[in-house]
Design a protein around this ligand. Structure first.
Ligand SMILES: Cc1ncc(COP(=O)(O)O)c(C=O)c1O
Length: 405
């Protein structure tokens, strides 16, 4: 999955770099310092926790504020006239990024909204089975537990190895949990607690050959690594746009194959319950519509920087620090060493320190903000840089990980 870097990027803020080959821009710290200037960042902390929410660049933030003012100016008139057609127009732009049909994608509030729509709305019957992993997002697992209690569905849970030998090892692991009663398999595109990218296409092909549908949790991949949703070969896909697409808080996507739309029960009942298109799954009640309006501004920034360059830089930043500490005797890495199996996110633990204590020391002594993880066989701090992260900041992390013994 090596990145193909565009020959030139159109980035007005950094015009002086447009003649430099993009392959070199990945490593050009002056270029990335220019990118960093486009953000307002807290100088008192080194933010290595961009996985929860991606701070948005000032350019997008200003547009967002403009949308807030405009909606507030127009009030109910906006809400009763163009609200829904504007949201649809944003979904069309997202479908272009996702490489999918426009009638198969909707803007939701977040990944939770998208995936819970499928988990709770699937036409379960008692005795049906679902397959998932211990390393899946905790509230997706609790939603499946709720379905277990409510409908008598049986959940089969596999545990994904931190550093697999091959794609087949992972696909076989999931295959081993499928029975003739299995209806739905949930798989993370990128596991949030380790950054591991799973071979989703192979898992989908295997599952389909056994008559099982696949729902992909893409919370961390949309806008982070390049792919089109159809090439994953899945049935359902959900992601959050306030993560790697850098849309303001409160937006996500749900995609599904057209053939599945009519069988899913909406999470919230729509105004028109006889509609059969994907809009029947898109009712949320009144919500902050200016977040939806900012989708096109975030896409503009994403394309201006260049998806290939962004992915290559995030992968470079991860290996910049993780390659320096991976083999230290007191360090435990929870992210695969193979660059194709991860991108910007990686998780590092100390063999003799609890994650909470490690995160506390990193923050108090080194001003490094991280996410401590202490579940599903992962005991460390998740390190998530962003495009504004400097190698100088990562040098502080490397020094800290060497000193903390
Ligand atoms: C793998 C994964 N799935 C789902 C979610 C839920 O995302 P949200 O809170 O935006 O709905 C997250 C959030 O971090 C996640 O990492």
């Amino acid at each position: 999955m090596s990145a193909v870097i565009p020959k030139r990027i159109l980035f007005t803020m950094i015009e002086k770099y447009t003649s430099e080959p993009a392959e070199k821009l990945v490593y050009n710290e002056d270029f990335w310092l220019e990118v960093r200037k486009g953000y307002r960042l807290n100088p008192d902390i080194i933010n290595l926790e961009n996985g929860y929410y991606n701070i948005i660049p000032e350019q997008t933030l200003e547009r967002f504020i403009k949308h807030v003012r405009e909606v507030n100016y127009q009030g109910s008139y906006y809400m009763r006239t163009v609200q829904f057609e504007n949201k649809k127009a944003m979904a069309v732009k997202l479908a272009a990024i996702a490489g999918c049909a426009t009638d198969e994608l909707i803007i939701t509030r977040n990944t939770t909204d998208s995936l819970d729509t499928i988990i709770s709305g699937y036409p379960w019957k008692e005795g049906d089975e679902a397959v998932m992993a211990l390393q899946d997002y905790p509230t997706m697992l609790t939603m499946f537990r709720q379905i277990e209690k409510r409908y008598g569905v049986v959940n089969r849970i596999v545990s994904v190895p931190h550093d697999p030998e091959s794609d087949e090892e992972i696909a076989n692991l999931y295959a081993g949990a499928i029975t003739e009663k299995t209806k739905l398999l949930m798989v993370c595109h990128m596991i949030n607690i380790t950054g591991q990218i799973l071979p989703v296409r192979k898992i989908c092909d295997m599952a389909h050959s056994r008559g099982v549908e696949v729902m992909v949790d893409g919370a961390h991949t949309f806008g982070h690594i390049r792919f089109t949703i159809p090439e994953l070969g899945c049935d359902y896909f959900g992601s959050s746009l306030h993560k790697w697409m850098s849309v303001p808080l409160g937006a996500g996507i749900l995609w599904m194959k057209n053939e599945h739309i009519s069988k899913i029960w909406p999470l919230m009942a729509p105004a028109n319950d006889s509609s059969t298109d994907i809009s029947r799954l898109n009712h949320t009640g009144t919500h902050p519509v200016y977040t939806d309006l900012t989708v096109e501004d975030a896409i503009e920034y994403y394309l201006m920087l260049g998806p290939e360059l962004k992915e290559a830089r995030l992968r470079y930043l991860q290996h910049y620090w993780s390659d320096k500490v991976r083999n230290l005797p007191h360090i435990e890495m929870y992210t695969p060493s193979n660059p194709a199996r991860s991108c910007g996110i990686a998780t590092v633990g100390m063999k003799n320190m609890k994650p909470a204590e490690m995160a506390d020391i990193l923050f108090k002594k080194y001003k490094i903000y991280t996410a401590p993880i202490d579940i599903a066989g992962v005991h460390g701090c998740r390190i998530t840089p962003n495009v504004f992260t400097t190698t100088t900041e990562l040098d502080v992390l490397v020094r800290a990980l060497n000193e903390l013994q």
